[in-house]
Design a protein around this ligand. Structure first.
Ligand SMILES: C[S@@+](CC[C@H](N)C(=O)[O-])C[C@H]1O[C@@H](n2cnc3c(N)ncnc32)[C@H](O)[C@@H]1O
Length: 308
């Protein structure tokens, strides 16, 4: 079997860059000393980029806590996975990696798109309650695996509040954990506790060879974390990138120029002074043809890519 080149993050993060890393890694420099993953989310960019060291940040402290947990346990992925298997059993959740279950096969016939959620819903609520009472990080990871769209969301009282999803622990989850651990165990990685991008960028001293990757929420698309984003944030980011450029610090930015009839005019105007590369987007469905699609995803950088 051919070895898969790119690693999937075990956080299965909404908006993750896993599918785009083949294109992006060709545009990143190939001599990176420190890779700064400023809006790291699930960490797909770090996982799939070669560098001497990594600094990862996201404003979401829970996401950063999950990264820290995985990194700290990366020296023994077998034990980590065993612990999760034990918890899956304890909470009596489905575990499709182990093979077909008669009960789920029956549910599949009745609930065509929600068979795992039907099976897991009550036990998932018990898991969620236990997590909210204990804040045990292993339980949070299981909530991410079994929860709606693998998302992480808390209410005002800091209680995890997403419902069960139609997903479970399959072989991809185990593989993603193994791949992450293999990467983390062999590398020098620093993770923040969850900081605003500007504070994170300004606190570091950069040297030649460093590279900063920015994958912010997109102004014109929709996802839960886009609630944190608006024109002021976008402008603050572009000012920061201009400032880094003045200091000859290398960076790359992913973003969306147009999507579903919306255009990001500030991005269009600002990006003209840098190098712009078109990216075949996740947002264009495989049934769309590019000519018909009105989405345009781009990668902007302040130095010419090695390919061009
Ligand atoms: C498009 S996602 C990043 C996805 C990531 N590159 C991946 O591959 O999984 C954007 C991220 O920006 C984070 N974010 C939003 N506002 C932020 C801010 N002011 N500072 C730092 N991170 C922020 C969100 O929590 C979200 O994880």
């Amino acid at each position: 079997m051919q070895e898969q080149k790119f690693k999937r993050s075990p956080l299965f993060y909404v908006g993750d860059k896993y599918k785009l890393m083949e294109q992006l890694s060709n545009l990143f420099p190939d001599d990176i000393k420190c890779f700064y993953d400023v809006f790291c989310g699930g960490g797909s960019a770090s996982l799939n980029t070669l560098a001497n060291e990594y600094k990862m940040n996201d404003i979401d402290a829970n996401v950063m806590q999950l990264h820290r947990f995985l990194i700290e346990h990366s020296y023994d992925s077998n034990s980590l996975i065993e612990e999760f298997y034990h918890l899956i059993k304890k909470y009596n959740l489905s575990h499709s990696e182990l093979g077909k279950s008669d009960e789920i096969e029956k549910l599949k016939k009745i609930f065509k798109k929600t068979y795992y959620s039907e099976y897991n819903k009550e036990n998932y609520l018990k898991l969620r309650e236990d997590y909210n009472n204990t804040k045990n990080i292993k339980l949070l990871y299981l909530l991410v695996v079994y929860g709606f769209n693998h998302m992480i969301r808390f209410n005002k009282n800091n209680k995890f509040n997403l419902p069960v999803g139609n997903v479970d622990w399959n072989k991809n989850v185990t593989k993603a954990i193994r791949d992450y651990c293999e990467w983390a165990n062999g590398n020098d990685i620093f993770v923040t506790n969850g900081m605003d991008f500007e504070n994170f960028v300004l606190q570091n001293n950069y040297s030649t060879g460093d590279f900063l990757y920015f994958d912010p929420p997109y102004l014109i698309t929709f996802s839960d974390y886009n609630k944190l984003w608006n024109i002021e944030e976008e402008t603050r980011l572009y000012n920061l990138l201009d400032e880094l450029n003045k200091q000859n610090i290398r960076w790359g930015l992913s973003n969306m120029l147009k999507h579903k009839g919306k255009k990001n005019e500030i991005l269009k105007k600002w990006s003209e002074k840098y190098y712009i590369y078109d990216i075949k987007s996740n947002y264009i469905s495989k049934f769309d043809n590019t000519l018909k699609s009105d989405s345009r995803e781009i990668y902007v950088t302040n130095f010419p890519s090695k390919l061009f």
